[in-house]
Design a protein around this ligand. Sequence first.
Ligand code: DAT
Ligand code: MG
Length: 151
Amino acid sequence: MATERTFLAIKPDGVQRGLVGEILGRFETKGFKLVALKQLVPSRELAESHYGVHRERPFFAGLVDFITSGPVVAMVWEGDGVIASARKLIGATKPLEAEPGTIRGDLAVNIGRNVIHGSDAPETAVFEIGLWFAASELCEWTPADQVWRVE
Ligand code: DAT
Ligand code: MG
């Protein structure tokens, strides 16, 4: 399994509900490595680029309003298979269909308030990391206990 990076963002509902620590903890305890993290209120331009693939969908305007309505915690995480694994940890888009044990399954009920975004493929991860972060914001480091996570 290749080491890769993914873009994750705790949406304004997750921040407002005080779920940042809970959500970060799930990726930390799983064993992935935090490469970058910042809190910001996204501009409309950033939100529209991020969700550009949904531009023609009826929920697009509401989605952009929501994601720009308050602080978002934007992150880059690294690890073997982290893109698909993070999507599994996040759970299905519709929280009522997300399995218990997943973030959305445990912490959300509504599709428009599903607390977290995660890149869905290697190409989107590269695009989203570049959209939200400058290269200088990505931290190169080796966790002290790395040898106890990966052989
Ligand atoms: P995901 O966030 O699981 O990758 P997506 O890319 O299909 O899901 O959609 C992006 C976000 O848009 C999703 O997290 C919530 C919102 N959304 C998707 N489908 C929706 C719908 N039918 N009604 C309202 N919001 C929707
Ligand atoms: Mg998506």
